[in-house]
Each structure stands twice: as structure tokens, then as C-alpha cells.
Design a protein around this ligand. Structure first.
Ligand code: NAG
Ligand code: NAG
Ligand code: CU
Length: 372
């Protein structure tokens, strides 16, 4: 070869480049994930329902190829074109996508700040991933949004840069108020670029924040038909304050039991609120209707991943555990039990509802996946 570089030399160079980029990708949270993998693998080896050949791997948006991103985007757009199974009950639910929004709206007060928060949203996100696969021919997995990775600038991340391989980006710049959670950012209006610029939000609002001014729903419960654009107000205010890699790692290492883990995660300065209000807008900052923004699922996959990483730090002691009540409202809320049922109705995978105790392990119940 003229330049004197042999194929073997080129191969060695490529290997060292990929080794170097793996080193760069390593971070405190990734290290905790890696550290726990042996415990997960040991449990996987014992599972009768989840075998190694069936195991699905969920990856970070920035770590999947452009083709994989496009396949995911296509599946999401596909499910927004399939008919709802709930229109008769909730007239605003027009599409199969809306079914996910409606079931979340309906259950909002008994799935947040409660003992089932993590397990309910794990099954909910899984049901969405499975619907993309079985109803829209998707053969990939649910990607996640590692908040810490883009904490300084979520707007320019591959998730929100507005390109055709993103989840669409910032909303149009409009003058708007703060939502009370963070200062008004540089968006606030309808998303104008990327694959989801034409996506319609049909349900809600139920609890619109001061930064958005969506048209009122024809029904007081928000279940009427109210088609409108997706608005966003992305900014780095919350990610750089509450969702850095150091903050996520400390949530995982400092929470000694499930109660402190789930409470810290859902606190006002926690990662759950941080991710939701980084997206903000309508329906992003609406407590009930937030799954109407398709970035919801990447956020909740990361919530689920954070739970998984916390679990695998002491796997045998961190699965069959429960804390908290069954309702956000009222002091008389009953204690949540591992025997309680998670029933997603028309979203249930293979029509099955499950007990919480069957949803705490990703190699048990309906699940067979892991995070990398
Ligand atoms: C998944 O779908 C993509 C795009 O349709 C295709 O290129 C790929 O080969 C499929 N992978 C598997 C494992 O079926
Ligand atoms: C949005 O709709 C317009 C008008 O129908 C169409 O030209 C455009 O390609 C659509 N964009 C996307 C990303 O779907
Ligand atoms: Cu939720």
C-alpha cells in the first residue's frame, strides 16, 4: 500500500479508537450499571421465562445508529396512525397512541408518589415498546435519555436537536411565563422541526402550567377531543442543577432503601421532575397528559434504568420490597402491597395484568430486557 498502512494496522487503529470512545463513554452511572451486571446475569441464568437468547437490550439514544433511530421514529409515527381502542369511553382518544395517554391520565393520582410508581411505569413503558413491535413492525427496543450525558445542553443533544434522527426539538421561541419550576427558556411554542412536528396532541390539558396556553378541553376531565400541536420549552436549567451524572450516581448510592430511593427520585429537585420539566410545554409539563409528548418514553426508560441500576447494587435485597401508599391524595391512603395489581386495560401486554411483585425484576413476569 502506497501510504504503508497495512490492513492490520488499520484494524489496530480502529480497535484503539473504539476502546478510547468506550473509555470516554464511561461515567459514574455507567460504572454502577457495569458493576451490577454480574448480579443481573446470575439472575437471568436462573429465570425460566427470560432466557439469554430472548433478552432485549435497551440503549441510550446517542448510542444507536441513525437507522435504528429512524426505525424507532417510524414506529412511533405508525402508532399515532392506528385507531384507538378507547374512543367509545374517551372521545378525545383517536389513535392507539392516545390510548397510552388516556390510561396514564385516568390513573395519575394512584401511580405517582405511591408505592407502585416504579413498577407501574415499568410495565407502562414496556407495553408501549411492545405495542411498537407487535402493532407497528418495530424490531428494536425502547431507547432511553441519559439526562446526565447532555446536562449542559439538552437542546443540542441528539434527542432534541430537531434533526430527522431526533425526537424533534425546541419549541418556537415565544414570549411566555415561567412555569414556576424553572425560568422561561428559549422555546415555549409549537415544535417546528423534526419527525414529530405534525404530531397532534388530542387529549387534555388537565393541569396546564403557567408557561403554556393550550386551548381548553371540551370536557372538564380532559378526555374530550382537543387537537393541537406539541409545545416545548427545553432548557438546561434543571438538567444542570438536578440531573447531572453526579446527581444520578448519588441518588443510586445514597438511597439505602426503596422508600428513600423513590422519594428522592420524585422530589421537586429530583430527576423525575427534572426530566419532565426540561421538556416542559404542552403536554410535557401536564402531570396527567405528559405521555402525549413522544419524548416521555425516553425519559421514563431512564427512570426505569435508574431503578434497575439501584436494584443491582444489592440485587437480592432490592426487588421484593415496597413502600408508600396507594394514592397521592388523602392521608388515609392504604399502604401499597407487592400483591397489588397493575392493570393497564387495553394496553396490557398479551392481555395480562400483573402483581407488583411480578414487575420488580426485568427477568420475571412479562419482562426480558436489560439496560446497556
Ligand atoms: C430490523 O429492521 C431493520 C429495518 O427494517 C432491518 O434492517 C434489520 O435487519 C432488522 N433486524 C432484525 C434483527 O430483524
Ligand atoms: C408535515 O405535514 C406537511 C403538510 O402535510 C408535510 O408536507 C410534511 O412533510 C410533514 N412533515 C413531517 C415531518 O411529517
Ligand atoms: Cu407518570
Amino acid at each position: 500500500m502506497a501510504g504503508g498502512i497495512s490492513l492490520r494496522g488499520l484494524y489496530a487503529l480502529l480497535v484503539s479508537i473504539s476502546f478510547f470512545s468506550a473509555l470516554c463513554a464511561a461515567d459514574a452511572v455507567g460504572d454502577l450499571q457495569t458493576k451490577g451486571r454480574a448480579a443481573f446475569d446470575a439472575q437471568l441464568a436462573k429465570s425460566t421465562t427470560c432466557t439469554k437468547d430472548k433478552l432485549q437490550v435497551r440503549k441510550e439514544w446517542g448510542d444507536i445508529s441513525a437507522d435504528a433511530k429512524k426505525a424507532y421514529i417510524a414506529a412511533v409515527l405508525c402508532i399515532t396512525q392506528k385507531p384507538s381502542k378507547l374512543t367509545a369511553t374517551y372521545p378525545g382518544a383517536k389513535t392507539r397512541y392516545d390510548d397510552f395517554v388516556a390510561i396514564h391520565m385516568k390513573n395519575s393520582l394512584t401511580i405517582h408518589g405511591t408505592g407502585n410508581f416504579l413498577s407501574w411505569h415499568r410495565y407502562f413503558t414496556f407495553a408501549y415498546e411492545q405495542a411498537l413491535r407487535t402493532e407497528c413492525g418495530y424490531n428494536g427496543t425502547q431507547p432511553y435519555w441519559d439526562w446526565g450525558r447532555y446536562a449542559t445542553s439538552p437542546e443540542t443533544s441528539p434527542i432534541f436537536d430537531g434533526s430527522d434522527t431526533s425526537m424533534s426539538g425546541q419549541g418556537a421561541k415565544v414570549t411566555h411565563q415561567s412555569n414556576g419550576i424553572k425560568p422561561a427558556g428559549n422555546g415555549g411554542g409549537c415544535i417546528e422541526k423534526g419527525p414529530f412536528k405534525n404530531m397532534t396532541v388530542n387529549l387534555g390539558p388537565v393541569q396546564a402550567m403557567a408557561d403554556t396556553t393550550p386551548p381548553k378541553n371540551p370536557r372538564t376531565d380532559g378526555f374530550g377531543y382537543n387537537p393541537r400541536c406539541i409545545k416545548r420549552d427545553l432548557s438546561n436549567y434543571l438538567t444542570s442543577r438536578d440531573c447531572t451524572t453526579a446527581k444520578i450516581a448519588s441518588l443510586i448510592t445514597a438511597s439505602k432503601d426503596i422508600n428513600s430511593f423513590q422519594t428522592t427520585m420524585q422530589s421537586q429537585n429530583g430527576v423525575h421532575s427534572g426530566g419532565h420539566f426540561t421538556i416542559s410545554g404542552d403536554p410535557g409539563s401536564d402531570f396527567y397528559v405528559s405521555p402525549g409528548d413522544p419524548a416521555f418514553w425516553l425519559h421514563h426508560a431512564q427512570i426505569d434504568r435508574t431503578w434497575y441500576i439501584w436494584q443491582v447494587q444489592d440485587f437480592t435485597k432490592r426487588q421484593q420490597v415496597i413502600a408508600g401508599g396507594t394514592s397521592m391524595m388523602g392521608f388515609s391512603s392504604k399502604a401499597q402491597s407487592l400483591e397489588d395489581i397493575v392493570d393497564l386495560e387495553v394496553l396490557n401486554v398479551d392481555g395480562k395484568k400483573w402483581k407488583i411483585k411480578e414487575l420488580v425484576s426485568m427477568t420475571d413476569g412479562p419482562f426480558c430486557y436489560v439496560y446497556e
